[in-house]
Design a protein around this ligand. Structure first.
Ligand code: MEV
Length: 426
């Protein structure tokens, strides 16, 4: 048998058809596999081929809608792309509980991004800092020459911050260029500006510049949202008490805080993906922000109002754009933004924060009452029934029986199906 090897060169030069053919020889794909690979949906193969390298197909995920969201007195239907059952329903549920008390209040999010410039090998750090401070206007001018339109529209490079850091290779100066990117996520524009001002910085203060890149810890672009969740709708005093206990658990324990924040990101990432934004940037920024105090902590806070309702708030960096990147190129992202009807990047981030908070409350409510599995199980058991080959008209029945018997497995689905087919009354 021929040895399997992955060191294949020139794959990118092939057409998608040729790549699929070569792949099918390499990993022995059958006709069904090839058909799945050739299903491009709303994309033209040529379009998708331009997005990344070595494309062989297009990967699909469900687009669901979360309802009941009222944010700053405006109603939103929120598109979410996620593979996990229960998340969309949970968000809609929590939004209903907040709606009773006026919905979510999100603050304006200033779209300020940070681009970092790493200055090394400086002879005199203090002198360098002084020279850079004196040259601020010149540096901002050079940065803004890179994007006159952004500048004309009221955005552009606005300020610099200079930080001294201690590394294993000695002291370094890190210059932060602060740029108002308006409605974009902004990585491209700030990277261009950072590269453009770097030669001037070397001229001003000597030293050698290495990295010039956006920081995904967008601490100048924090999204904040708060809402009051109805005590009775949450399940009463006992459940609310459970939620407060869950919050204290997350505050005290990073193992729990990680999962607590994962629940928040279920919502935020689903919206990020739906709108064609960069999920990795949002995830890394959120988790870094969660540990900015030196201890990994929950991104939400909770307390009670005087009637015992739950007041929740969230603070998280959200660099979400409505122009640039994939937002306008991806047909479904474009459609998602149309459904969402946000007027600015700031409004999109305001929605993201409210959704993250709703998602968190929904998860904590379930955890503090019936547990999370109940909600998960009904969709999960349907998928298992399908996998077991149960015909469509019997899925519901087989799924219910699996849940009742607490055995959600393919072999058990088959066993139930057999009983039904034998005429047993289930
Ligand atoms: C599951 O995707 C998310 C939860 O684990 C979040 C949480 O534990 O708070 C339910």
């Amino acid at each position: 048998m021929k040895e399997f090897r992955s060191d294949i060169s020139g794959f990118y030069k092939l057409s998608i058809d040729e790549r699929q053919k070569l792949l099918s020889e390499l990993v022995d794909l059958n006709q069904d596999d090839l058909e799945i690979l050739s299903t491009f949906g709303y994309f033209q193969p040529a379009q998708i081929d331009n997005l990344i390298e070595n494309v062989v197909g297009s990967y699909q995920l469900p687009l669901g809608l979360a309802f009941n969201f009222k944010i700053n007195d405006k109603d939103f239907i929120i598109p979410m792309v996620i593979e996990e059952p229960s998340v969309v329903a949970a968000a809609s549920n929590a939004a209903k509980m907040a709606r009773k008390h006026g919905g979510f209040h999100s603050d304006e999010v200033k779209p300020i991004m940070i681009s970092q410039i790493q200055i090394t090998q400086l002879k005199d750090i203090e002198v360098a800092i002084e020279s850079l401070k004196k040259s601020k206007e010149l540096l901002l001018k050079i940065a803004n020459e890179q994007d006159p339109i952004l500048n004309k529209l009221g955005g552009g490079a606005q300020d610099i911050e200079i930080r001294e850091i201690h590394t294993n290779k000695g002291k370094m100066l890190i210059l932060h260029l602060l740029v108002n990117v308006l409605d974009a996520m902004g990585a491209n524009v700030v990277n261009t500006m950072a590269e453009a001002i770097s030669p001037k910085i070397e001229e001003i203060c000597g030293g050698k510049i290495y990295l010039r890149i956006v920081s995904n810890l967008a601490t100048h672009r924090l999204a904040r949202s708060r809402a009051t969740f109805d005590k009775e709708m949450l399940g009463g005093t006992e459940v609310v008490e459970g939620i407060l206990n869950a919050y204290e658990f997350a505050l005290a324990d990073p193992y729990r805080a990680t999962t607590h924040n994962k629940g928040i990101m279920n919502g935020i990432v689903a919206l990020t993906l739906a709108t064609g934004n960069d999920t990795r940037a949002i995830e890394s920024g959120a988790h870094a922000f969660a540990s900015i105090s030196g201890k990994y902590s929950p991104l939400t806070k909770f307390k009670l109002d005087s009637d015992g309702n739950l007041i929740g708030e969230i603070e998280v960096p959200l660099a979400l754009g409505i122009i640039g990147g994939m937002t306008k190129i991806h047909p479904m992202a474009r459609l998602a933004l149309k459904i969402l009807n946000v007027k600015s990047a700031s409004e999109l981030s305001q929605v993201g924060a409210a959704l993250g908070l709703a998602q968190n409350v929904a998860a904590l409510r379930a955890l503090a009452s019936e547990g999370i599995q109940k909600g998960h199980m009904s969709l999960h058991s349907r998928n298992i029934a399908k996998l077991a080959g149960v015909p469509d008209d019997l899925i519901e029945k087989v799924s219910k029986n699996m849940i009742k018997d607490k055995k959600i497995r393919v072999d058990y689905a088959k066993e139930i199906l057999k009983k039904i087919n034998e005429g047993k009354n289930l």
